[in-house]
Design a binder for this molecule. Structure first.
Ligand code: NAD
Ligand code: DAU
Length: 355
């Protein structure tokens, strides 16, 4: 079985749902159920004995030890993190606590338990750390895409905390021989993404007739990957990745933010036309994110040549599916845009003057 951390969040939930369908392998899912963790994401597995949700913190070392001892996983897949850059700017402490200290706690407990396994079980075990392309910093318009040997240059408290966790994972392999793997992926989108991130935020605001906030001049570039393709990449790395290696994962879909927002608007114009005009009229340029990274791009040639992974979903198709999913699940959105969500929106957007 697999021990997953953060499996009630966006990518973790997609991974568990995909993984149980594809492999049937049982999963223990340790999740703190922060604002971003939602057991409803896993409703399709209600009553399925192959999924066990454990409400707890990766910093609770006794709990982690008990889960490892009781369930004897063949791998830990570590998604749990504070994941939103803007929140890390307003409140970095939680990012250090979960992303750095939490990863350290998980590594320490895993190392202790793993050390007591038989030689063959120790050899076959894997610790897969799910990380981000943001650790590499920001690219200029003509710079080569991030590859696995690009020097780390994190710019936000979020990316610095993820970079720290990547270094710890590396050190545990190098020093103690723990069989680790790390993936560094670009921007994901798809079902169950919390509407604080660009794409679901734009869909949610557009349907509510609210302004669509675009930071700065909207020309910052991100590489977009459909979440299902990320999940496949993680499964392939777990299956065939070389111990101690890192793998960059990307969609080969670099887009300016303004183009992403406009594309979402056009999809909504088709699917849910306004009484007059396009949703694009709601686009509002607002004050930029402090330290906003200019451009991310991924060179995914290593995972392609070593493991045969390529993204299957084009950005146009993936985005259309995503917009349809949000249109079909207004109850899910309603459920997550609680009072706490509204306070976050006020904190992040009310102080921003128009750009
Ligand atoms: P998310 O914010 O949607 O979910 C994070 C999950 O972790 C939530 O379920 C939350 O409850 C849980 N969690 C937080 N703190 C915890 C703790 N201390 N103990 C146990 N559980 C805790 O995040 P996501 O977008 O699904 O990202 C998952 C992972 O993938 C993160 O490590 C993130 O850095 C990485 N990543 C995300 C993206 C992206 O575009 N979203 C891209 C590349 C990498
Ligand atoms: O690159 C991978 C990373 O992608 C992950 O590690 C992070 O967990 C994930 O949150 C994401 O980070 P970004 O900061 O790139 O994602 P976000 O959706 O917050 O923003 C995408 C781009 O859109 C970014 O350039 C900022 C911009 N933006 C975002 C919001 C929320 C806006 O212009 N307006 C907004 O309101």
């Amino acid at each position: 079985m697999l021990l997953i951390t953060g499996g009630a969040g966006f990518i973790g939930a997609n991974f568990i749902l995909d993984s149980i369908v594809q492999t049937g392998e049982a999963v223990v899912n340790l999740d703190k159920l922060t604002y971003a963790g939602n057991p409803r994401n896993l409703e399709a597995l209600r009553g399925d004995t192959r999924h066990l949700l454990v409400h707890g913190d990766i910093n609770d070392r006794a709990l982690v030890r008990r889960l490892l001892t009781d369930h004897q996983p063949r791998a830990v897949v570590h998604f749990a993190a504070e994941s939103h850059v803007d929140r890390s700017i307003h409140g970095p402490a939680e990012f250090v606590q979960t992303n750095v200290v939490g990863t350290f706690s998980l590594l320490e407990e895993t190392r202790g338990w793993w050390g007591g396994l038989s030689e063959s079980a120790r050899r076959d075990f894997r610790f897969l750390h799910v990380s981000t392309d943001e650790v590499y910093g920001s690219l200029g318009p003509n710079d080569a895409a991030f590859c696995e040997s690009t020097p780390y240059a994190p710019n936000s408290p979020y990316s610095a905390s993820k970079a720290s966790s990547d270094h710890l994972v590396r050190a545990y392999q190098h020093t103690y021989g723990l069989p680790t793997l790390t993936t560094n992926c670009s921007n994901n989108y798809g079902p169950f993404q919390f509407p604080e991130k660009l794409i679901p935020l734009i869909i949610h605001n557009a349907l509510a007739g609210k302004p669509l906030p675009v930071y700065g001049d909207g020309t910052n570039v991100r590489d977009w990957l459909y979440v299902g393709d990320h999940c496949t990449a993680i499964r392939e790395v777990l299956r065939k990745g070389r111990v101690g290696e890192t793998y960059n994962v990307g969609g080969g879909s670099e887009m300016k933010n303004i183009d992403v927002v406009t594309t979402v608007c056009h999809l909504l114009d088709e699917a849910r036309p306004r009484s007059s005009g396009s949703y694009t009229s709601l686009i509002t340029f607002v004050e930029d994110r402090p330290g906003h990274d200019r451009r991310y791009a991924i060179d995914a040639s290593k995972i392609h040549s070593e493991l045969g992974w390529v993204p299957r979903q084009s950005f146009q198709m993936g985005l259309a599916k995503t917009v349809d999913w949000y249109l079909d699940h207004p109850d899910w959105v309603q459920d997550v845009v609680t009072g706490a969500y509204r306070s976050w929106v006020s904190q992040n957007y009310l102080g921003r003057s128009a750009a």
